[in-house]
Design a protein around this ligand. Structure first.
Ligand SMILES: NC(=O)c1ccc[n+]([C@@H]2O[C@H](COP(=O)([O-])OP(=O)(O)OC[C@H]3O[C@@H](n4cnc5c(N)ncnc54)[C@H](O)[C@@H]3O)[C@@H](O)[C@H]2O)c1
Ligand SMILES: N[C@@H](CCO)C(=O)O
Ligand code: NA
Length: 909
């Protein structure tokens, strides 16, 4: 058995429970609470004339009353997990409807006991301060302003409450207002308000808002009482505009208060408190958060929830970093560090009361109840040991200057830094960071820009002799600096974090002027030029926070396929991010004449409008630079949706720059052989990817099938098929009902043809596909090595535009009708086919006739059919068949390549 602790340390409180049927015993030291049926109470440890640990006592309410003589007598305030504390800020209490929403949230919390702290309705505290200000400066418009305050609350109450509660509230409001009127009148006459007068006045906003809320909660029938925290919270001034809570006295008063009104829900005023002498005062800045934290600690609450109008604490200022994310957890220290850097987190002193009892604070959005918010607690548990997760947030401070004091006379001379900083102190400057190298030849520190002139002057005076004698070589000021700070508790125990940070800064070409890291390692601070600051912030933030499969995409050629792709992306990006952690950002779109550039990603729901509104003259070199010089996104991709040979000629350079290339454009792979080989050699030697599935059979898996066969060691013997969606469509539909030229126009209309339909009819497009597959299979062929039977009449080859060609085509309809007839008479159909004879190293493209029962004769629409005959697929070829042209399927094939890239880069499958 454990030794029994000294008597004095253990006190027990006994009292009949609320129902009167049980007796409750609590050991004040061990905080053991017991609610037990009468007659079988096992009391916690105690000593002296009290029962010892574990001994049985027969207790009745009467016995409990008797034992009051034996133990410390106290009214009973339960403490611990049954309590949940909520604080609602001014915006949450802004309108009657919002106050009702607050009441609903309170009632929706299933905790056994709830303590609700509220701020004044939004703007009211400012109005109250202005009343005091006006009265003491003898501006008698304070009376009208007081009327406005009255009307605002009366209107809100009438909206929210009814019956007796409304009447009660209004009568209290009336009496408060008339008291205030008298007090303000006194201030007006005196032309002066003492601090306690003005504190008394300004605290009324909380009195009214909390009363309204408490009545609104009561409306539902819940047991709820209202607490004026001036009766409970006792504070003492601890500095200008600062107070310290007196926990012991406050706890006593809270217990006393509770014994009188032990409701399950208590709605209390935030912000206000009183001194030990019972003079009303306030908790000053961020007072209501502080109230909630103090009360949370007094009742040892399970949790304190601070309700506000943001989803939680961001990883960086979202106005500067659009990729900033809401942090799910933060340690107390991290929250501290971040609030120092002006992040909109809790005031550090708010954290102190709850920290000692490890009570978590949760920041939640009243206007987005589905957001889980940010939990601020001890060391957040169950975080993976991911290096990147060590840094919780980034913050910056602008408008700083760096002061550098340098000279050999500093090394090994005690007192130099003391002399420097006492000079700084004399001019009242605030030192924001300090850094000194261990050689001691220089010491540098950052101060606000507006204070640096005075600091520099003071240092020159202080070190005049040392400077003259050369012991100090200079006191130098570097203007226009900023601080970038990385905050994270686990940086301390994780090697490599600073390496990642500095690597990100180096890649963004940012020069670091000074560095500081405290031994606590909660924070790494770097000083840089202010002009680099946002870029540095974004580069560092993205390095730690962006998914590794974030793709920054530049789309070239928003024509039929490009536009369709952009629309498919628009509909799918959110889903990809949610389900696969793939973050796709289109950061540029360029057509032939204009281009649109974006830092963070074009809004794909309105890319066309943006393209019209924001676009600049197109310039491919600048477009590519925009992508390659971005330092935020880890992966860059150019998607070429043109049919342009010139665009295709740049792939080599882009891949060399580390930009991945994805395209449905056949020009690169079917262009000059030496260029093609050079491109593929580069690609194979690098980790930059080049995908072009849509160049053959559009979205059909032709290239990937062929690769799969080759890479697993199969031998390709022959590839043959119908490779042109356009020509497939034309011959599938040229059945004697419409003229040849009409069917061609239909194919163009349906989006199957190349921008110039002659590329299809001439067989060139099919020849390109044959070449692409031949080269993929290892043949070294040029386009000119492929004999092609052109369907473009000799006379139309010289037409200057696709339109002219389409206009003249009907004059050849007769010829086509005759050919079709002849085939039909023989029980055959016309089909335009391409073939790669791998064994003999040859390819061909020609118009052929097939029997009606041949698989090639069975196609419909724009179907392609491709048959691979290989050593493994010898008896029966492997056949891929389906629509091989058209906007949706082609763009889908390009999209597929984008996702293939993401999975190569490590996206989950
Ligand atoms: N249509 C299909 O079914 C299909 C199937 C597979 C592959 N493809 C290929 O897709 C590509 C696009 O075809 P499309 O039908 O969308 O053509 P399109 O003419 O509708 O679109 C091409 C776009 O690229 C733009 N462009 C041309 N040169 C440019 C340059 N240098 N810089 C920037 N923009 C430029 C044009 O202005 C146009 O907007 C072609 O290479 C084609 O072979 C199309
Ligand atoms: N014009 C091409 C588009 C697909 O590359 C065709 O008809 O097949
Ligand atoms: Na394909």
């Amino acid at each position: 058995a454990s030794p029994v602790p000294p008597a004095a340390a253990h006190r027990r409180r006994l009292r009949p429970s609320a129902s009167g049927r049980e007796v409750v015993s609590q050991c004040l030291k061990c905080e053991i609470n017991q609610d037990r049926p009468m007659g079988a109470l096992r009391i916690g440890h105690s000593q002296g004339n009290l029962p010892r640990h574990g001994s049985k006592n027969l207790l009745t309410p009467a016995a409990a009353a008797i034992s009051v003589e034996q133990v410390e007598v106290s009214t009973y305030l339960p403490k611990g997990d049954m309590w949940s504390v909520h604080k609602f800020g001014g915006t949450c209490m802004g309108t009657p409807q919002r106050i009702q929403n607050v009441a609903d949230v309170v009632l929706g919390d299933s905790s056994e006991r709830k303590l609700i702290i509220v701020s004044a309705m939004s703007k009211v505290t400012d109005m109250m301060y202005s009343l005091v200000h006006k009265a003491q400066s003898r501006d008698d418009s304070y009376t009208e302003e007081l009327d406005k305050v009255f009307e605002k609350h009366m209107a809100a109450a009438k909206d929210l409450l009814d019956g007796e509660n409304l009447a009660r509230f209004l009568s209290e409001l009336h009496s408060d207002i008339s008291n205030l009127r008298a007090m303000l009148r006194a201030i007006y006459i005196a032309g002066h308000a003492t601090e306690s007068f003005s504190e008394f006045v300004v605290g009324h906003g909380e009195l009214w808002s909390s009363q309204m809320l408490s009545y609104a909660v009561q409306k539902s029938g819940a047991s709820c009482s209202w607490m004026d925290t001036r009766e409970v919270l006792v504070v003492k001034p601890s500095g200008p505009d600062m107070v310290d809570p007196d926990y012991e006295e406050s706890e006593k008063r809270l217990e006393k208060w509770f014994s009188r009104q032990p409701a399950e829900i208590i709605v209390a005023t935030g912000f206000i408190a009183s001194t030990a002498e019972n003079i009303p005062t306030t908790l000053k800045r961020d007072g209501s958060d502080f109230s909630a934290a103090i009360i949370g600690s007094l009742v040892r609450a399970r949790q304190v929830t601070i309700w506000t109008d943001v989803d939680g604490v961001f990883s960086a200022d979202p106005r500067k970093v659009s990729e900033a994310v809401i942090l799910s957890t933060l340690s107390y220290q991290e929250a501290w560090e971040m609030s120092y850097f002006g992040a909109n987190v809790l005031h550090p002193r708010t954290i102190i009361p709850v920290m000692k009892d490890n009570i978590p604070i949760v920041i939640r959005n009243m206007f987005n109840l589905s957001a889980p918010g940010t939990v601020i607690c001890k060391q957040p548990a169950n975080e993976d040991a991911d290096l990147d997760a060590c840094v919780k947030s980034f913050a910056t401070i602008d408008k700083l200057a760096l002061v550098n004091v340098e000279g050999t006379g500093m090394a090994g001379v005690p007192g130099t830094s003391s002399a420097i900083f006492s000079a700084v102190k004399e001019v009242g400057a605030n030192v924001i960071m300090i850094s000194q190298a261990s050689s001691e030849h220089s010491i540098c520190f950052a101060v606000p820009e507006k204070e640096v002139a005075a600091v520099s002057a003071a240092l020159h005076v202080r070190f005049r002799e040392a400077l003259a004698a050369g012991r100090l070589s200079k006191v130098e000021v570097i203007h226009d600096c900023s601080i970038l700070a990385a905050v994270g508790l686990r940086m301390a125990s994780t090697p490599g974090v600073s390496a990642i940070l500095f690597d990100a800064l180096a890649k963004a070409n940012i020069n670091v002027r000074a560095i500081a890291q405290g031994c606590s390692e909660y924070n790494i601070t770097v000083v840089l030029k202010q002009e680099d600051c946002v870029r540095a912030l974004r580069a560092a933030h993205s390095r730690f926070f962006l998914s590794k499969t974030t793709l920054a995409i530049g789309v070239i050629g928003p024509g039929l396929i490009g536009a369709t792709l952009l629309n498919q992306l628009r509909d799918q990006v959110a889903i990809l991010k949610e389900n696969m952690n793939i973050d796709v950002r289109v950061i540029g779109i360029t057509g032939a004449s204009t281009m649109l550039l974006s830092e963070t990603g074009v809004d794909l729901t309105r890319w066309k409008e943006e393209m019209q509104k924001e676009a600049k003259p197109a310039d491919l070199a600048n477009f590519v630079r925009h992508l390659s010089e971005d330092h935020v996104f880890p992966n860059k991709v150019l998607v070429d949706c043109t049919a342009d040979t010139n665009v295709a000629s740049h792939y080599y350079d882009w891949l060399k720059k580390g930009i991945h290339v994805i395209t449905p454009n056949k020009k690169a792979n079917s262009g000059p052989l030496d260029r093609y080989l050079k491109l593929r050699t580069l690609q194979r030697a690098s980790y930059t990817h080049y995908f072009y599935e849509a160049t053959v059979g559009a979205g059909l898996p032709i290239i990937s099938t062929l690769r799969g066969l080759l890479e697993t060691g199969d031998k390709i013997l022959r590839i043959e098929g119908i490779f042109s969606g356009t020509l497939s469509y034309i011959f599938n539909n040229f059945e004697g009902t419409r003229s040849f030229s009409d069917v061609v126009a239909e194919a163009k209309e349906a989006g199957y043809t190349e921008p110039d339909p002659r590329d299809d009819l001439s067989g060139t497009d099919v020849a390109r596909k044959v070449i692409i597959l031949a080269r993929e299979s290892g043949l070294r062929l040029e386009l000119s090595d492929i004999p092609v039977e052109s369907l473009v009449p000799e006379a139309l080859k010289s037409c200057s535009s696709p339109n002219e060609f389409m206009q003249k085509l009907p004059s050849f309809d007769q010829d086509w009708a005759r050919q079709r007839h002849e085939a039909e008479a023989a029980g055959e159909v016309l089909r335009y086919v391409g073939a790669v004879d791998v064994l003999n190293g040859k390819g061909r493209v020609e118009l052929q006739r097939y029997k009606r029962d041949h698989p090639f004769a069975q196609l419909s629409g724009s179907d392609n059919i491709i048959a691979f005959t290989t050593s493994r697929y010898k008896e029966q070829p492997l056949i891929v068949r389906g629509p091989g042209a058209g906007a949706e399927v082609t763009a889908g094939g390009v999209f597929c390549d984008i996702l293939r890239l993401a999975s190569y880069l490590g996206a989950p499958s």
